[in-house]
Ligand binder design. Sequence first.
Ligand code: AMP
Length: 366
Amino acid sequence: MISRSEILSTLSQYNESDIKIGTLCSHSSLQIFHGARREGIPSVGIVLKENKPYYESFTNALPEMFLEVQDYKEIMTDNFQKKLISENVIIIPHGSLVEYIGAENLLERFRVPMFGNRLTLYWESDRRRQRRWLKEAGVNSPTIYENPSNIDKPVIVKLHGAKGGRGYFKASNSQEFFTKFNELRMRKLISSLDDIIIEEFIAGVRYYPHFFLSILEEKNLPGLDEGRLELLGIDRRLEVIDEIHRGLPLIIEDYLDYTVTGNVGVVVREKYLVDLLRYAVRIVSSARKLFYPGLIGPFCLETIYNPARGFIVFEVSARIVAGTNLYPDGSPYSTYYYDEPMSMGRRIAKEIRRAVNLNSLHKLVY
Ligand code: AMP
């Protein structure tokens, strides 16, 4: 794994008066470029040649510089990495960057300084490891069944590395589990029990709150070791299964699909904000213990609210999530922290700018 000291040594050669924010043109990049512009930081868009005209057409979210690639694999080449370093680029990782380059490549071979703690990639990329993080945090999370024969209530079965929920299925007992599991095996989508995780199915309403942790600011909530935690927005994902009523009574099967197709904004009952913030503080504290310095910058909790059990966290995304794209001009929550429109993309740029002014960029980068 590339060490933090190696990355910080690269960063120490950066010209801090010419820092640029860089990311792949995909996922939440428009918001990131738009936010950088609002904070007066130049940005670099790594773009597939064929996508460039489309990205150029969003004139308020134009990066100052495009770096074209034919294939995302080029990003890992020595020359490309050198180019990014010579332009003093801080990479903002988002879901597509991790997906296209791969967590392992980023951890082992990507020498360009990235915003946040890249160790989160290691802790997130494996669901069992991630579960340890949730357990350590002491937040409610769904029961995991290691042995399918023990299934005694409805479960959701997830594929590792699934692209937004595709291939997931539900089962209510072990017999149903094995029937569906064998079907997927025949279709060569999985080969063994190691390829899946069996999780208790939680009934309730889903909320995906977006947080930002600033370690440059004063502590603002009880339980934090350091830093200021902000809730900058909440969304809910639009998954195919959400439309299942449209398949009634005939085509239910086609709608039993958790593929994420979009996001809608939500607000939560105000009294529940306290629960969400408490949970986020615990996740921050356990991250700090497990992989110091823990979380830096944006992260999202994937939760289901069940009236009898409260919020149940089934996943953490330790980076900017696509649901933040709903709020380029701020959200119903960012308003309570900022007098100016504050998207997550802009919040990241603001943090980088402040760190440069404080001579503290090294604290935010790995
Ligand atoms: P994930 O890949 O873990 O983000 O899950 C994809 C989708 O599956 C979520 O957005 C939820 O709609 C649904 N889901 C995940 N875990 C559970 C669970 N334990 N109970 C019920 N639904 C879930």
